[in-house]
Write a protein that binds this ligand. Structure first.
Ligand code: AHG
Ligand code: MN
Ligand code: MN
Length: 335
């Protein structure tokens, strides 16, 4: 056999998920199926995004979500696609979505899982061909099967996530996820319609030279954040800010860096949402050797009290997050 011809195409996401399931002899396969459902919806959303300029899917939808943000058409499309996939899959009893005011009960009362999802992250970048994403968190229900998920099922802290991941629709489309045993990344091959393992066991550098923060709101940053930003400049770090959390996080995960969305005058609790943005990325960051805090506490230990609650986010290379926190502590000490 000529090895140079017909090179292997690699491990598909489906096969990888199946192999991982075999590590758990009593696993029922439901979580595996749920991850496959999410991957299928991601492929469909990827198709819509790739052809966005050709279809009538760019621009505003004409309504606001519960947080008063203008919904884009693709926000709504992605929301429909993911909810449908999760409902049809049957493993999920309840869904929390950025685009829905209340918990969505799927009617699958036997479903063991709860999913929190940001169907389309980086809405402001949709119409200008810049990277956008999807973020998801998966929890096991606490209540008994046989009825809808309860508020207690939905408002679990991030430490109770059984899996989390994101899809980045970028220069290539990738799905990155963890089930608590490391982080693995898969690149989508559109010609085969499959995700292939391309980034096994992703680890983030302990430190880096990239800081990502919207400096346009510098004047209303907490004093400690201002000082940390000054520290980044004094050390000639690179400022990189796409405005799509998934894109900024993914770059920093690979290259080393810190992403900060602090409390600001306009957003006193920060802008990002604990349940479907911060927790998922915190789980992935930690599994890759990184760190995620709200400036003082570990994100995954925060106890949510509302579906759409917000929190400040400091996430990325562990030594950079520690350094930023040092500046915040000094601020608290002097105030
Ligand atoms: P979404 O599109 O899901 O509402 O999220 C947008 C978020 C996040 O992706 C990004 O990092 C942040 O908003 C950017 O906010 P600013 O424009 O305030 O910097
Ligand atoms: Mn988002
Ligand atoms: Mn969104």
């Amino acid at each position: 056999m000529n090895e140079k011809l017909g090179l292997p195409v690699g491990t598909t996401l489906d096969r990888f998920i199946m192999r991982k399931q075999e590590d758990f002899p009593f696993a029922t396969g439901e979580l595996s199926q749920l991850l496959r459902d999410i991957a299928l919806a991601a492929k469909i959303v990827n198709r819509e995004i790739n052809r966005a300029g050709l279809l009538d899917v760019t621009g505003a939808y004409g309504q606001q979500n519960v947080q008063g943000e203008d919904q884009q058409k693709l926000d709504v499309i992605a929301n429909i696609r993911f909810i449908r996939a999760l409902r049809n899959g049957g493993e999920v009893c309840s869904i929390i979505s950025e685009e829905e005011d209340d918990v969505i009960q799927t009617g699958n009362t036997r479903g063991k899982y709860i999913v929190a999802i940001d169907p389309l992250d980086g809405s402001s970048n949709i119409d200008v061909n810049v990277s956008i994403g999807t973020i998801f968190s998966i929890y096991r229900r606490i209540s008994d099967q046989g009825c809808d998920g309860t508020m207690e099922d939905c408002l679990q802290s991030g430490t109770r996530q059984v899996a989390a991941g994101y899809v980045i629709y970028g220069s290539s489309t990738m799905l990155v996820y963890t089930t608590g045993a490391g982080v693995n990344g898969f690149t989508y091959d559109p010609t085969l319609g499959e995700f292939f393992l391309s980034h096994p066991n992703m680890c983030t550098p302990k430190t880096g030279k990239i800081y990502s923060i919207n400096e346009g709101t510098y004047n209303s940053f907490p004093e400690g954040v201002k000082q940390y930003v000054q520290y980044c400049k004094e050390n000639e770090y690179s400022a990189r800010y796409i405005g799509s959390l998934v894109g900024d996080f993914h770059r920093n995960l690979i290259k080393g860096g810190i992403y900060i969305y602090p409390a600001t005058a306009k957003a006193p609790n920060g802008k990002l949402r604990l349940m479907y943005e911060c927790n998922a990325l915190a789980f992935i960051a930690e599994q890759a050797g990184g760190k995620a805090t709200n400036g003082a506490q570990r994100i995954m230990e925060l106890v949510p009290t509302e579906l759409h609650e917000r929190c400040p986010l400091f996430i990325g290379s562990p030594e950079m997050v520690d350094k930023a926190e040092e500046f915040l502590k000094v601020e608290v000490a002097v105030s």
